[in-house]
Design a protein around this ligand. Sequence first.
Ligand code: E4P
Ligand code: PEP
Ligand code: MN
Length: 449
Amino acid sequence: MTVNAETHAGGNTWRHLPAAQQPDWPDQEALRDVIAELESYPPLVFAGECDQLRERLGAVARGEAFLLQGGDCAEAFDAVSAEHIRNKLKTLLQMGAVLTYAGSVPVVKVGRIAGQYSKPRSKPTETRDGVTLPTYRGDSVNGFEFTEAARIPDPQRLKRMYHASAATLNLVRAFTTGGYADLRQVHAWNQDFVKSSPSGQRYEALAREIDRAMNFMNACGVDPEEFRTVEFYSSHEALVLDYESALTRVDSRTGNLYDVSGHMLWIGERTRQLDHAHIEFASRIRNPIGVKLGPTTTAEDALTLIERLDPEREPGRLTFITRMGADKIRDKLPELVDKVTAAGAQVAWICDPMHGNTFEAASGHKTRRFDDVLDEVKGFFEVHKGLGTHPGGIHVELTGDDVTECVGGGDEIFVDDLHQRYETACDPRLNRSQSLDLAFLVAEMYRDQ
Ligand SMILES: O=C[C@H](O)[C@H](O)COP(=O)(O)O
Ligand SMILES: C=C(OP(=O)(O)O)C(=O)O
Ligand SMILES: [Mn+2]
């Protein structure tokens, strides 16, 4: 992959346009130096892998596969450890096994991982005990600690984001291709979990069935090496455009631009203004693109996004990730799906049941109810069933650790438990047990639709 100065300018056309949610870097010269250095770094992903994911998402758009996209709301530099990464990956692999087996559908697995370091915020400042400071915008921008020094945006953090992403992706690649993700390990992924939790026990029963199915396939002569590796892709919100465009390269095979910071990039609900910088940036790169659609999205917005981002109507290029809220999805989604379908576009429709269902508990913790999350997914399936379209997947905030951030689930977390292990740097995540519960319930919905 080479960089050609003239065509690379295509990754910078956003610079003339308003860009929401960008950090207020105090030192522009330091920023320019960091950008120049990032531009010299090697790609984190290969353009051919992005093309392959686009093809897999094409299958999702056509109704032939299901997307499981999940991971932290905000990754943190101090959580780049073997344990955290393994737990997250294990949870996603277990969810993938449940959905594939119980839902009888190929599952495309994409992590919110190896790059999910930047956060859009609803308020520019935060006040605690009479002290007001800039909000935390992700480890790529400033520090989580509530001190004046930590909250100053520091462009050096963009380089740490690159290195943290590289280290994470390296381990993910090792796990997914080196034998850890071998489907014959379905039991091993569950070992530290099974005794303690209802979803762990339910999973163990399913893993026994998978074993039997694999023995059957072995007996039929299927090569067991087929199960050794798993395709797994990285994704994050393309928020800080200085970083994303510094990692945009010309693919020497095709001359096209790719943002090589991750396989799939999405544009968030707060930065999807049609004529602003983020959509312009996304329109220039060939990676598969997601756009979050909240409850104020009009059908016209959705159609214009398709014109801008998927003019060729290529299945897999564009994924709409709806995040309406459990109380709105049944009202808001039908018109969008109906008009997009009528316009002949074949996007993948994915449900993010997290971001429309956040509330603040009396203790002050931001949280979500498992039942609301589930209800939004149910509404999503109902709407697609009613219209004869494909419920293409789920996009969830989760962790492999046993945190207490969302309430409910089979191994119930109560509002009074939230303080016990509330570790997120931004939004509340499903813990491992809640994530597996969700996978089982979604698999049932998929099979029944
Ligand atoms: O992850 C998404 C957003 O960054 C988050 O929901 C914003 O949260 P806030 O309302 O606390 O800023
Ligand atoms: C910021 C996020 O979501 P949204 O853009 O949908 O609010 C997110 O996915 O963390
Ligand atoms: Mn979030």
